[in-house]
Design a protein around this ligand. Sequence first.
Ligand SMILES: [Zn+2]
Length: 280
Amino acid sequence: MKLVPMKDILEIAGKRGIALGAFEFWSFDSAEDAVSAAEELGVPVILQTGALERDFNGGCKRLRVIAETVAADHDVPVALHYDHGVSYEELLEAADAGYTSIMIDASAKPYAENVELTRRIVELSHRYFISNEAELGVMAGNEGAVSRDKERQTRPEEAESFVHETGVDSLAVAIGTAHGLYTFKPQLNIERLKEIKKVVSVPLVLHGGSGTPDDMVRESIRQGIRKVNICTEFVKAFGAAYTAAQAREGFKYSVPSLFGPAKAAGRALAYSKMKLFALK
Ligand SMILES: [Zn+2]
């Protein structure tokens, strides 16, 4: 299928009461893993990249070609999302390249500046007929080019006014997850999520999904999370399988023996995550 705006498939997720997986990809095999697993499960999927994958691949256009090519070969809706953009120029490149959704992360800035920059990105996305996401509240940890020490959870009253003032399509909330692998025991603030959900009608996004216990993720979906980002765990599945296969069998220099186990592990991870997110 053709790439679709993220807003459209988040609406489908809302109607079905499930969350969609958003997988960080960097290559044909990582994109294929996420999309083919989604097709098998019959759920829409989000392919996303940030600045690290853009630079690794030499620009947004190449990533769009990968996503578009893989999506065309599968019978499932796919959105191409740019995660954690920090400037207007960065997201303009993604929109120009054909991404169907862009995220601005101005969450570390003061509230008024976050609103101002998010408004500009919402306008930009409307000009390109694509979707947008913004973030309120601060998550700890590293994701792509974004790294922060301290966390500050999203305040419900601020979330309500933020969505109203910016007109944003979807909102990433900080409710206790961290980016990257956890260095502490994760504890999601489900009460906080419930309070946010009461006053915000746009789809809510859970960043820092990697390593969050399944039961907590399930509960957050019951309480309104519609998109769960999986970056570190997906990359780790490839890396761990690659290393293990070499240790087990020694180096064999054919493409399937060198990269096959990693590709299979990535697909298995994507499949299990989306299956979890689609459970009632
Ligand atoms: Zn994130």
